[in-house]
Design a protein around this ligand. Sequence first.
Ligand code: NAD
Length: 291
Amino acid sequence: MATILDGKKVARDIESEIGEEVTGFVAKGLRPPHLVAVLVGEDGASKTYVSGKMKACEVVGYKSSLIKFDDNISENELLSVVDRLNTDEGVDGYIVQLPLPDHISVEKITDRIDPIKDVDGFTPANYGKIDMEHHSLLPATPMGIIELLERYKIETKGKHCVVVGKSHIVGMPMGILLAGPGDATVTICHIHTKNLAEHTQKADILVVAVGKPGLISGDMVKEGVVVVDVGTTRVPDASKKKGFALKGDVDFATVEPKASYITPVPGGVGPMTIASLIINTMIAYKKAMCL
Ligand code: NAD
């Protein structure tokens, strides 16, 4: 039976560690760190993610602000919001929740965010530094996964890590972090990979970030594999109060019996992404306050 990589618990531990730091700073008369979330439109999943992030701020004692816009905000208007946040000295970090409506270029918005306040770690400047010793703010989800593996004392050095998915926000930076600081041998698979199972079966550590429930089944992994399931897809489920269930990319029922460690969905990677955001905001705050 696999050990569950309990992201929820680890995230709570991180929140309590950071909460103590915040209490110390505030006791010295300093202002608390301030995280801002920009939310465009009415996407239900985005609203849920943002409210989770705001809740975590409350738990650790950060100030948090939510700036909401209708779907019809123009690209220029959103760019000027970004400009304002860049120069607001009372804001340590901010996120622009994705996805954005089609008429707004994610690339243009991301390029405009000041890397010092980019607590999601999406800007080209922060992305370019992932493999550097003096990196600044790492992409939140891969950073959370590395933190989770470290807290469970799972070594990546010399391991064969297979990452499925090569998005800018998860798969690619995950591969770089594992191969760079993680000293692992990395295979990155994606939609055009032929014979996916041939690769996944060789994984000591398998990270799946695709968004296709059940893509990875038990016959696609070897005994003892460490499995990190990033996928979160809303699947209709009448038995749930909200009318849907969150499903990962890994078929838990057939993979878990072969795995040594596995993340659940929900309660695995999701809370760790939020914890990374909290850590990155503290890093940005300390820089801003010269601490
Ligand atoms: P994306 O859509 O940007 O990228 C998906 C990747 O999967 C692409 O690189 C594509 O080539 C690959 N892919 C698609 N079909 C495939 C197949 N059949 N075989 C192999 N590879 C295939 O997705 P993303 O933004 O990286 O998100 C992926 C999943 O992770 C989604 O379910 C998303 O909701 C979830 N996610 C979760 C968190 C979290 O904190 N838990 C954070 C970010 C994303």
